[in-house]
Ligand binder design. Sequence first.
Ligand code: SF4
Length: 468
Amino acid sequence: MTKRAIAHKNSVSKSPVIKKSVAKSPVPKSPVTKKSVANSPVPKSPVRRGKGPEGQGSGGAEGQRKTPVAKTPVPKSSVGKISLRKKSVLKKSASNAETPKNQKRQHFRGAKSSHDQPKIQPRPLPQTKYENNIPLLGLSLSQLTEWVQQQDQPAYRGKQLHQWIYQQGAKTLEDITVFPKQWRENHQDVAIGRSQILHRSVALDQTVKYLLQLADGQIIETVGIPTQKRLTVCVSSQVGCPMACDFCATGKGGFTRNLAVHEIVDQVLTVQEDFGRRVSHVVFMGMGEPLLNTENVLAAVRCLNQDVGIGQRHLTISTVGVRDRLSQLAQYQGQFTLAVSLHAANQALREKLIPSAKHFPLDQLMAECREYVNITGRRLSIEYILLAGLNDAHAHAIELANLLRGFQCHVNLIPYNPVKEADYKRPTPQEIQAFIDGLQQRHIAVSVRYSRGLEADAACGQLRASRS
Ligand code: SF4
């Protein structure tokens, strides 16, 4: 799995000179009382300007331009704004959520597009495990209702709690002013599970990279990628990553732990509140390999769909391949997109780029991919990072086309984004076009994805949990 980005399909990267900024007040003010604002754990001002303690500034990547501190206007942070927009947000959310009716329709479409009818019955996406003292973020409406009743509150409080957590941006129970004051004071030890923004960098294209600090002090990165019609969030699923892909800054930094469900969902709410507009798409292409944290990732997918209101078809899970996990994922027959990062069409080269490929050979990965397509009827995205002089020759394009012949997929080519930890280079536009031609002549659907936020080190493969 890799990267991020999202991008301009087929557009040439006129890479903007970047403007970096250290954020203004990183998190919007809660629409609550003065007291609750004062009690908010969110810092009111950015942590520091300039390089972080890691000493890894954005100029670390070879050839990368130094850029001025941003005067660029940053997205407006305002939960209050979201509150004003509440009606429309809720309306849109409801229309995008998977209702039984449109689930049925979408399932039918998926099955019809496949050569094979689904062979198994779909399983419901997992819910967050309901245990005492876990953060409330990630719980469903029915679970929150059950919880408030256990706390001697009437059932309707569950709906209020759900709305304040997922739509109003409450950071603590103290923020939820519709609850009795005494009750809130008695439940100060109950966490909603929100993180704090430590730092944010803004690119000229308005892509924003966030450093988020979790409750145990660990730091992750998430990226907000706006366009006129969309706001996409690239979320992390782990602190670090054990897959150690050779071209990826995250992989060079080692692995610490999996993220919990609330830590994944929080990333989306944080970006939504900071931009003051609704998140439309989520891609699991940040730090970590999502299929090494499958249960929490799928529970987060359920929550983002049913509680936050993002349509499943606007969610993408990306993987470099983990044995037996694609088959496991297929059982859910979800409507989300699965993106498989190949990066090479032969085992020897793939092992060089992705060390974990030694334990999951290419032929076995492709067999699981075929099974996934047969069961779900969903087209796969195939991700392929183009590295100059390594996997971008015409012969590689032919090899990839032969591997994918007759396969229900779409290839996304990602020109390499430089990181200082690796010595790869991006191919020239002519070399990229020649690779595209090689695939298209063999009837492979292909597009190029130029990553956004390149100079903010927010692009595919550039995340390393440092300020830059
Ligand atoms: S090292 Fe991890 S985060 Fe980086 S590309 Fe590989 S799987 Fe993705």
